[in-house]
Design a protein around this ligand. Sequence first.
Ligand code: ATP
Ligand code: MG
Length: 266
Amino acid sequence: MKSITFAVSKGGVGKSLITANVGAALAKKGKKVVLVEGDPNQPLQKILGLNFSSKNLKFEDIVQKDMEINRAVYNTDIDNLFLIPSGVSLQSYFEIDPVSFARKLSSLKTDFMLIDVPFPLGKAAFLSLGVCEYFIPILTEDEFVLCVESAIDTIRLGKYFLKSTPLGFILNRIKTPKKFTEEFVKDLEDLLEIPCITKIKEDLKVSKSYGEVGSKKAFLAYNKLRKSEFAEKIDGIATWLLTKIPKAEKKDAVKLLQEITKPSKL
Ligand SMILES: Nc1ncnc2c1ncn2[C@@H]1O[C@H](COP(=O)(O)OP(=O)(O)OP(=O)(O)O)[C@@H](O)[C@H]1O
Ligand SMILES: [Mg+2]
């Protein structure tokens, strides 16, 4: 299983949108993909148009009652794409049990697991980066300096503390493509010490993914806007993940979480 989180300590950059769409693209290419909803606002459920009742088991039930994880893995409308819903924020698993969180997710049998993280990242970073072998920061043109600072912080935390490998970064919501010249991107690659996976333009149709004003209809842009440049870029990210991921040492997420959460001797 390859576990990835599109994490960065900056809100509104497109983490949830890219998680859902890349998941769908990987599934379309024949891989089994499980998405993990880590945000209590349930953006993945909204985009995928899924509704769960209180009777449906959620991830927190599995962790609290020590149940088999597959009982909270649900089909979506897309073949090969599954979702683990959650009604609480990732931070709440610190009250539930972070080690069980890691243990349950590590027991999943799938090709790809993608965890969506809420903003602010905070403690959620410890769980998402602690559990995932890989992560991909996303930066936007708006508040670019803040995005770069967030990416540097997240890369430092992930790489050196939580043993998660930063694969590359995505530039999303680009409004002025001419600003992002090859030279500019190269400098950014040198600064962050990871490659730029792709640049995605701001697309008004895509921004309605969570539902247009006055209507509650959310949609998966990768499917609905099949011929768009956005869908093409999402496809490119999926291909990149299938062909470019370096071999990483197998990560023992449970052990790592045990170490991190063990009470300090001081
Ligand atoms: N390429 C894009 N073109 C247009 N709009 C986009 C694009 N990417 C993301 N958006 C829009 O940006 C907003 C934020 O996206 P999203 O919720 O996925 O970000 P996020 O990083 O998950 O946010 P949060 O930190 O709140 O979880 C949404 O309204 C989404 O539709
Ligand atoms: Mg989000």
